[in-house]
Ligand binder design. Structure first.
Ligand SMILES: [Fe+2]
Ligand SMILES: [Fe+2]
Length: 240
């Protein structure tokens, strides 16, 4: 388990995948001998929240949802939004670059096109999902928190809650990570011999990293954000 007094460099060395999380918090590389506390103080980051996310990311069995729920909806949503941006601006474009490279190196590009089409469709679905959360779900959760803590927007939130509550979100929140798993399987099984296998292996690694990341992201939405908002909704409904 990662703690406040550990050096950030040691955390990265013990799990290089934590670099994704570190990057999303806006922390630049070159932290030298600095501990988590020192780095977080330097960047004005809540070290407790940062550590919870790092630990949840590093170990699927470490998921203290109760503890994570002690952070504000604002903090949780800010991190989730940053994660969306990293999928849209960095991770998916990088996979596409590798795919284009693979396509160039492939002896018979036609053989590979169906899988690329499958990935293209997945990307559209993923981006629609992220936009739906950014534009509809996250603003609603922030309004619920505001109504809960200050009483502002109470009527507005109650009306919104009747047409679409956080429980509806949980019912509808689809399984975008299992589709990524399917694409990964398709690639492993059916990618034809390519002249540059290095690129292909690299892409498969990126796929599994993204799959793990999206899985973790969805867990925070379903096991931390949604239950926290549902608890607030229950209180608000009594006030109407
Ligand atoms: Fe999301
Ligand atoms: Fe989601």
């Amino acid at each position: 388990m990662f703690t406040h007094n550990m050096k950030l460099a040691e955390i990265v060395q013990s799990d290089y995948n934590t670099l994704n999380v570190i990057n999303r918090f806006g922390i630049k590389l070159g932290f030298g001998e600095k501990t988590v506390s020192t780095v977080c103080a330097h960047y004005g980051i809540n070290a407790g929240f940062f550590l919870e996310i790092l630990n949840a990311y590093h170990d699927p069995n470490y998921f203290p949802q109760k503890h994570l729920q002690s952070f504000s909806v604002g903090e949780i949503v800010e991190y989730l939004r940053k994660t969306h941006r990293s999928y849209i601006d960095e991770e998916i474009p990088f996979i596409e670059q590798l795919m284009n490279q693979m396509l160039k190196d492939c002896n018979n590009p036609q053989e590979i096109r169906p899988i690329l089409k499958f990935f293209g469709d997945y990307k559209t679905e993923l981006f629609n999902h992220l936009t739906w959360e950014d534009d509809k779900i996250f603003p609603y959760t922030l309004d619920v928190e505001e109504a809960f803590t200050t009483g502002n927007k109470l009527q507005e939130v109650i009306v919104a809650m009747h047409s679409y509550s956080m429980s509806d979100f949980l019912d509808e929140h689809d399984d975008i990570e299992s589709k990524l798993y399917d694409i990964n399987t398709l690639f492993i099984k059916y990618v034809p011999p390519v002249s540059n296998q290095v690129v292909c292996v690299r892409m498969l690694k990126e796929f599994s990293l993204l799959q793990k990341d999206i899985n973790n992201h969805a867990r925070i939405e379903e096991k931390v954000l949604a239950p926290k908002v549902i608890e607030m909704e229950k209180v608000l409904i009594q006030k109407q």
